[in-house]
Design a binder for this molecule. Structure first.
Ligand SMILES: NC(=O)c1ccc[n+]([C@@H]2O[C@H](COP(=O)([O-])OP(=O)(O)OC[C@H]3O[C@@H](n4cnc5c(N)ncnc54)[C@H](O)[C@@H]3O)[C@@H](O)[C@H]2O)c1
Length: 335
């Protein structure tokens, strides 16, 4: 099988490529990525020279470039996106361009090339926000109610993907997952920011009162979920993917990290809240468990410990990212 992975130099895409190359030795992968600030080819250093892996620097809004990259491809896994909520509040335009228009360009090419599966990676943020302390969870029937420019652009892309199934019969699947964490996550995001700040002896910023609730999904569990959806998921279907069964607040996560890293809570610093900050996300992942037999491999604490170990052992990687030096890597490697 030949897969086109969009956004494969980003956090989840890179983890997915490494996972797939390991578990599917007969398959080949084209990694199509624009290399924005979030794309980092150092994540995939181990694949350099591997004949089953090709990197194409390209923008998903560029129809002719996408068309060329899709030659001979059976399966698309679409990760490429502008993905950071805070950045979408400061500058929404690139979110609309990449997440909506880029997805539509890919869908058009997928129809033309008659791909066997177009898998779209989306977020639980399209469903809006839940009440703190309620028992309600998002599921595949939850009405869309996006509340940030990021979430609205992902919602738009989900609707387009579904529309291409209905209108053109393109065999699509969608996963709406919760917050991922694990190796190679850009250290502006919540968990790696906390871990790397503690290693550097800095304070750990927490928005508002810290009583925001998120579901946390370890990135490798997410990769296995996508693998199962590609292998056994039904075209036209959406699957919600999450990692937890019980709520945990952001401040609860930070306290776990500080304790696991042998620090006290004085490292925590409450900072001005994000506008329109969604209070609670919780995700009911019973459909993918029931229909495809997926569940997280370990519990949250075990995955968190492993993540802390990874950031402790890979200081050079995140120091490069924090200083922006990773951007020179592509130039050095590829001219
Ligand atoms: N990280 C999470 O917790 C999370 C949770 C739910 C859903 N998602 C979704 O998963 C996907 C991957 O997220 P991530 O955290 O790995 O993102 P990321 O920001 O780490 O990586 C995104 C990648 O897409 C590339 N890209 C951006 N614009 C592009 C364009 N126009 N053309 C080609 N490539 C482009 C970037 O260079 C980067 O490599 C996204 O679609 C995101 O919405 C992420």
């Amino acid at each position: 099988m030949k897969l086109l992975i969009t956004g494969g130099a980003g956090f989840i895409g890179a983890n997915f490529i490494l996972y797939w190359m390991n578990h599917h030795p007969d398959d080949s992968i084209v990694n199509f990525d624009k290399l924005t600030y979030a794309g980092n080819l150092e994540n995939l250093k181990t694949l350099e020279g591997n004949s089953r892996y090709t990197f194409v620097k390209g923008d998903i809004t560029d129809g002719s470039c996408v068309d060329r990259a899709m030659d001979g491809v059976d399966t698309i896994v679409h990760f490429a996106a502008e993905s950071h909520v805070d950045r979408s509040i400061t500058e929404p335009a690139p979110f609309v361009t990449t997440n909506i228009i880029g997805t539509q360009v890919l869908l058009n090419a997928a129809v033309k090339h008659k791909v066997k599966r177009f898998h779209h990676v989306s977020t639980d943020e399209v469903f809006g926000s839940l009440e703190l302390h309620s028992k309600e969870k998002f599921n595949e029937q939850t009405r869309y109610d996006p509340r940030s420019p990021y979430a609205a652009s992902k919602a738009g892309s989900d609707h387009l993907v579904h529309a291409y199934f209905v209108t053109y019969g393109l065999p699509v699947t969608i996963t709406n997952c919760s917050n991922n964490f694990g190796p190679y996550q850009f250290p502006e995001k919540f968990i790696p920011l906390a871990i790397t700040n503690i290693i550097e002896g800095k304070k750990v910023p927490v928005y508002g009162d810290g009583l925001y609730v998120r579901d946390w999904l370890y990135v490798e569990d997410h990769c296995r979920a996508i693998e199962l959806v590609l292998q056994s998921g039904k075209a036209g279907e959406t699957y919600c993917v999450g990692g937890l069964s019980d709520d945990i607040s952001n401040i609860g996560v930070i306290k776990k990290i500080t304790h696991m890293m042998g620090k006290d809570e004085s490292v925590i610093e409450f900072v001005k809240d994000r506008p329109g900050h969604d209070r609670r996300y919780a995700i009911d992942w019973s459909k993918i468990r029931r229909e495809l037999g997926w569940k997280p491999e370990y519990d949250f604490d075990s995955w968190l410990e492993k993540t802390i170990v990874w950031y402790k052992e890979n200081k050079a990687w995140w120091k490069h990212v924090k200083t922006g030096e990773y951007q020179t890597y592509y130039k050095q490697q590829y001219g």
